[in-house]
Ligand binder design. Structure first.
Ligand SMILES: [Zn+2]
Length: 387
């Protein structure tokens, strides 16, 4: 099956007039309040033992009453309000899912000004339309927008968000056409490195971006500054703003690094195998925690899968099974070496007494991932042929 189109998001900066910026603030604040009111309502239901019966629809049908009681809400697009309720519904669905899995998640929180950043028009064309260099939003106005690259596909939703650098609009588009990259006939496995960001089965590694450590130190400093300052003070607000900007910078740098790394991989390989990572388990291990969460492996994987889909290539995840311990070597008779060598995290090299293979531990793991992936693909092909 070839993928011919993907869902794609396009983000542009908005350049609102001061009056428009005020109107955006108002909508954002109304949505946040609605979210909190609806959360309060669910809390009451929950305490009365009716918590699980609360649904999005129940709350959405009460919106007209709310508008009668608080006419302020008539100034906000109805679908935008519904979307705020839908967000709450999703939060609760995730909460109940985790409870069901025997976890003890925190109860959904009330959203303060610093935690609620965006509102969404769930149906493009209904309240939000892009018109050349203007974004027309119902009940707000026509806001100048910087369309620095053309939009592809069919816009489905528009999310307006407030970030450290100002206001942005994200268009989620369906059926954005795929731009295939030429096939190279090559496949590889990749593994998270301990000291490097990733390692391929050919022994090519990508280092962790150097700027990240520095950015992290800056971030910590900014964080400390916030906690030193008095709550509610003007100076604290300033420090919070600075912290938000630092966060945004780190995120941008990381996203940029992920995009470049992913693009290089899909250019070079047709199929990329990787291990299904239990990130939550890994993060519990403190020594690893740092490098894993720093590098944002899960985020990278999403980027890689997306880039691969756009380029007509494949990313396939395999179940982890001793990939770092098994030997990837080959015996004299051409069969796979069966040795399994346990190593602590401090052991950097895989040394096999049976076949004599000496290899960087990450490269050995990447080779095993490639082998496991290809074996699985082979099994799938055989099963399909038999059926
Ligand atoms: Zn061996």
């Amino acid at each position: 099956m070839t993928v011919t189109s993907v869902r794609k998001t396009f983000k542009y900066q908005l350049m609102p007039t001061p009056a428009q910026a005020q109107a955006l603030e108002t909508v954002l604040s109304r949505c946040r309040t609605l979210y909190n009111i609806a959360l309060e309502q669910r809390k009451t239901w929950w305490q009365r033992g009716q918590g699980k019966s609360a649904t999005y629809y129940q709350q959405a049908t009460e919106l007209p009453d709310l508008k009668t009681a608080c006419p302020d809400y008539t100034e906000v697009n109805a679908q935008v309000l519904q979307d705020a309720l839908r967000r709450l519904d999703k939060t609760f669905a995730a909460f109940f899912r985790r409870v069901q899995h025997g976890e003890t998640p925190g109860y959904p929180r009330f959203q303060g000004e610093n935690r609620y950043h965006s509102f969404t028009y769930p149906q493009y064309g209904n309240g939000a339309v892009l018109d050349g260099s203007l974004l027309s939003l119902s009940k707000i106005g026509r806001i100048p927008i910087r369309v620095h690259r053309p939009l592809h596909g069919m816009p489905k939703t528009v999310t307006v968000s407030k970030e450290a650098g100002g206001w942005y609009a994200c268009f989620s588009c369906a059926e954005a056409p795929v731009q295939p990259l030429p096939f190279t006939g090559k496949e590889t496995g990749i593994d998270v490195g301990l000291n490097v960001f990733l390692m391929t089965a050919d022994g090519v590694f990508v280092e962790n971006p150097r700027h990240y450590r520095k950015a992290e130190r800056d971030l910590k400093k900014a964080q400390r500054r916030v906690s030193r300052r008095k709550k509610g003070s003007h100076r604290r607000k300033k420090a919070v703003k600075l912290l938000a900007r630092k966060h945004q910078k780190v995120q941008r740098q990381r996203r940029d690094f992920h995009h470049k790394t992913a693009l290089a991989l899909v250019r070079q390989y047709d199929v990329i195998y990787l291990e299904e990572l239990r990130v939550r388990n890994l993060v519990r291990n403190h020594r690893l925690a740092k490098s894993i969460s720093d590098a944002g492996w899960a985020q990278f994987r999403t980027t890689l899968e997306y880039k691969a889909a756009c380029a007509g290539k494949q990313v396939i995840a395999i179940e982890p099974a001793y990939t770092s311990q098994n030997c990837s070597g080959v015996l004299a008779d051409g069969t796979h070496c069966p040795e399994r060598i346990e190593k602590s995290l401090s052991v950097r090299t895989h040394i096999c007494p049976q076949c004599g293979l000496v290899l960087d531990r990450d490269e050995n793991a990447a080779r095993n991932i490639l082998r496991a992936g290809q074996a699985r693909q082979g099994a799938v092909a055989v099963a399909t042929a038999v059926n």
